[in-house]
Ligand binder design. Structure first.
Ligand SMILES: Cc1cc2nc3c(=O)[nH]c(=O)nc-3n(C[C@H](O)[C@H](O)[C@H](O)COP(=O)(O)O)c2cc1C
Length: 195
């Protein structure tokens, strides 16, 4: 089948839809965030790409702290809202019930089943965005969202984002096990390939 060049504005498909928490001018602020990824094993680190014009950007530069919160499928509207308006013009601090872990400037959202607080470790300056790499200081959930102590996606019910078509999606079925399903090939006829 012929491949078609579809341009250069392609994103990771899909992305987790999250909410970035910070303290902007002394008050909690939240923005929708799709551009994030885990970037280091030990110490555990997350990277978030934030546009230099956002209030959240100024907040992270000033305080060196931020949070990443995973909203549920019931929170699509409010998540989208914090991605539409800026803390520079609107007070978004009262939209959620807030709690804190160890960091004073990384407000976390009580309604979110999974939240992470990060301390800024490194910043990579890019033409329009800054890539903030934060060390994970702590992550928080509730018993009802865990299976064997780990967040269970069926219980957490996060939602996904696709760009550039700008749509939200729920998560589908579990179709395999990582670091496991490939073993059938390793132990089969392709054994020599690995060596
Ligand atoms: C679903 C969604 C995902 C977004 N992801 C990002 C992102 O990863 N990085 C970014 O800089 N802006 C992103 N935005 C835009 C910001 O959330 C938006 O500009 C927000 O109003 C900034 O708020 P602030 O000025 O209070 O920080 C996203 C918006 C939406 C709706």
């Amino acid at each position: 089948m012929a491949k078609i060049h579809i341009g250069d504005q392609t994103c990771v498909l899909p992305m987790a839809t999250t909410i970035l928490g910070s303290h902007f001018q002394g008050r909690p602020n939240f923005m929708a965030l799709g551009w994030l990824t885990r970037v280091n094993f030990k110490p555990p680190m997350l990277g978030v790409a934030v546009n230099q014009g956002h209030a959240s950007h100024a907040a992270i530069v000033e305080t060196g702290e931020f949070s990443v919160n995973f909203p549920t499928v019931d929170m699509v509207e409010v998540t989208d809202y914090v991605g539409l308006v800026s803390g520079k013009r609107v007070d978004k601090s009262k939209l959620f019930a807030i709690f804190y872990g160890e960091l004073k400037n990384a407000p976390m959202i009580s309604e979110c089943p999974l939240t992470i607080e990060c301390k800024l470790s490194k910043t990579v300056e890019l033409p329009t965005n800054s890539f903030f790499i934060g060390e994970i200081v702590g992550s928080y959930s509730e018993e009802q969202f865990l299976t064997n102590g780990a967040p269970d996606i069926k219980k957490v019910k996060p939602f996904l984002l696709t760009m550039p078509d700008n749509r939200y999606w729920s998560v589908g079925d579990n179709i395999g096990r990582a670091w496991s399903d490939g073993k059938s090939i390793r132990s089969g006829s392709n054994k020599d390939v690995e060596a």
